[in-house]
Design a protein around this ligand. Sequence first.
Ligand code: FAD
Ligand code: NAP
Length: 476
Amino acid sequence: MIKRWFSSTSRILKPFKIAIVGSGPGGFYTAHHLTNKSPKDLQLNIDFFEKLPTPFGLSRYGVAPDHPEVKNCEEYLIDLMEDKKAHIRFIGNCEIGKDLTLKQLEQNYNSIILAYGCTSNDNKLNIPGSNLKNIISARKFVNWYNGHPEYYEKGKKFIPPPLDKIKTVTIIGNGNVALDVARVLLGSEEHWKGTDISVEAEELLEKSTVEHVRIVARRGIMESAFTNKEIRELFELDNVKFIPLEKGILESVDKSKLGRVDKRRISIIERYNNSTKEGKKSWTLEYLKSPVEFIGDEMVSATTFVVNKPLNDPLKPGKVVSTDQYITEENELVIESIGYQGTPINGFEEIGIWFDNNKLHNKDGRLLSLNSKDKDDHNAIFKKGWYTSGWIKNGPKGVIATTMMDSFDTADKVLEDIANDRFIKVDQEKDIIPKNSITWDNWKTLDNYELNKGKELGKTRYKVCDKQEMLKLVNK
Ligand code: FAD
Ligand code: NAP
């Protein structure tokens, strides 16, 4: 049974105030579970703080435009916001650490959940030649084709790679982000027409001269980071030819030892490896190659790789070692798709929050104080009232379904703590919401505008990419 709580000064029964930083899947699944699982006599007032004027995080700015069904997860937030009985506010265009401080949250909320994602930076290769032109991160490319406002800011606009002047692209890494990027480069004009891809990206892709995409991984076929559905989708792209794997790659697999998912993966690859499908564009899956140098004058013109071989040590499964063999392959664009990175929020030190190794120091979603170095230590000191969900809880890995289950766990911890009187006691009644923030009604205005203009243009949605234009459209 959840205890009711009274402010020490007013003795008036209070609703619990919860702040959620970030309105992506990590944030909205936590809120959904909180409202669903909380006892009837407990009133939760939830405020979502979102730095962008738009909600949904990577569902809007990461998920590929040809995967509209994945974006159905947004219904979870929409249902919450439109439930008249729920006390939930969306506070967009409000960056925590800049427009409001963490201290202000602590002074005004009983529980604070940091779900701000892990998308502010990239893992980097840092090999010779990394500064050449036409070497970009997948994160930047994805943000650009998905219309992320930080990539369309006047004066700081991201300049896309010259897809209308290049023929061969190397993608480093073979996770699902790499496959999204490959689909964008290989898919036809018709494939992207009608999606919510940014108009600028659609126009440049129409003029694209890209002929060949190489997806290169440092480890072997069994260590491929992509999932089966996503690789099949790439094989099935219209008018695109898969160039068979190098000899020895498939032959090295001992199928008798594979589990169900791996067996399926190998059978998909085998099937398409033997296909005679022709196409205007082509692609390859390459294994056991680590990039060691980018070559070129001003622009990248080739990449040198060291060839790796499996270590074959049962104690270190999947590990590879370099050989003394090198190969150089021509390319006019390199897209590094080797993982995202998060960053701390301004003010962590003052509050005593510990950001380390791409995630917040936490135990099952409860933040640990700076002093508790070992999260498995039973005496670990929790930062009362502070929690984390989504990618910033565990690092930049996991599909939306994993993020959802994990966010439910965090929500359970919040409710358990409220029931046990472990929350921040707040006396302050100040409303700290900045004047120029975006409300849910503002977002609905923008949403309707995008959907209507999309209809005119034959797209599922026309994304407004410029933040100033967004603010103008909602009279801010
Ligand atoms: P995010 O979705 O990144 O949300 C974090 C939110 O916090 C953002 O809205 C951000 O603007 C906001 N924020 C950041 N800093 C602040 C701050 N200081 N103050 C306020 N707000 C802040 N999974 C699938 O299942 N299917 C897919 O097809 C799929 N495609 C993907 C494609 C890409 C390119 C990527 C990178 C991931 C993809 N995923 C996919 C994984 C999925 O997107 C993640 O599991 C999920 O979005 C993580 O949710 P999150 O809320 O932790 O982070
Ligand atoms: P990822 O799945 O972790 O893949 C990263 C890739 O980069 C791996 O191939 C990795 O190889 C490689 N890599 C890392 N460091 C490297 C280095 N120094 N040199 C060479 N290669 C290196 O990450 P992601 O593709 O960014 O995806 C993030 C998450 O989002 C994943 O969980 C993914 O499933 C999810 N997502 C899902 C979808 C979808 O469901 N459609 C779409 C996009 C993203 P090693 O394995 O050798 O480290």
